[in-house]
Ligand binder design. Structure first.
Ligand code: 5GP
Length: 187
């Protein structure tokens, strides 16, 4: 879906499809050099990471496997609290694998911090994290991020997999949603 289709709902286009694909290609080259000769297991966090996973995996010139995890974060006003429930676990054993977690966005960092703690007990040979977006001003925990696509302002964004009320995911850009769409307080 093009931004023109929902122009009235968007405040600002932060990232165009071209910027996103250029950056994903750069990150893919870094990952290839870090994991040369390996067959990494890419773990996508549903549902936001679907687009990043699709583009990154196809850009990588490495043999790889993909798996998916679905989690829900509990907190006040939809803000992450660090209390995470696994809605769908991995189907693949992590033991001895080089694992790359693929995320759409790291906001407070609480969800990812929980995920890393959970994954550390599963015996992966190595654990890396790639996120397309990071909000440095919102991070409340220090999570190690190996590959970051873009640092963005602390605003609520949609598109390229990211939703509001399950909409806007298919937008090819990343855009700031107008506050009046969600009625004031960020979701
Ligand atoms: P964290 O635990 O890092 O605070 O939040 C992680 C989750 O909150 C993300 O995976 C995403 O689902 C949601 N989130 C945080 N910021 C945004 C945003 O700007 N837009 C959207 N659509 N979701 C966000």
């Amino acid at each position: 879906m093009d931004t023109a289709d929902v122009q009235g709902d968007l405040e600002d286009i932060l990232l165009t499809p071209e910027q996103i694909s250029t950056r994903i290609a750069e990150i893919a080259r870094e990952i290839e050099s870090d994991l040369e000769g390996e067959t990494p297991l890419l773990v996508g966090v549903l549902r936001g990471a679907v687009m990043v996973m699709a583009d990154l995996s196809r850009e990588l010139r490495l043999p790889l496997e993909m798996d998916w995890m679905a989690v829900s974060s509990y907190g006040n006003d939809h803000k992450s609290s660090g209390v995470v429930k696994i809605l769908k676990d991995l189907d693949t054993a992590m033991e001895g694998r080089h694992v790359l977690i693929v995320e759409d966005i790291v906001d407070s960092g609480l969800t990812l911090s929980w995920l890393l703690e959970n994954f550390r007990s599963r015996g992966a040979q190595s654990l890396r994290v790639m996120t397309l977006l990071r909000k440095p001003d919102a991070m409340t925990v220090d999570v190690p991020l190996d590959y970051v696509g873009f640092d963005i302002p602390n605003k609520f964004v949609v598109g390229y997999g990211l939703d509001y009320a399950n909409r806007y995911r298919s937008l090819t850009s990343v855009a700031v949603l107008k506050p009046e769409v969600y009625g004031g307080n960020p979701p």
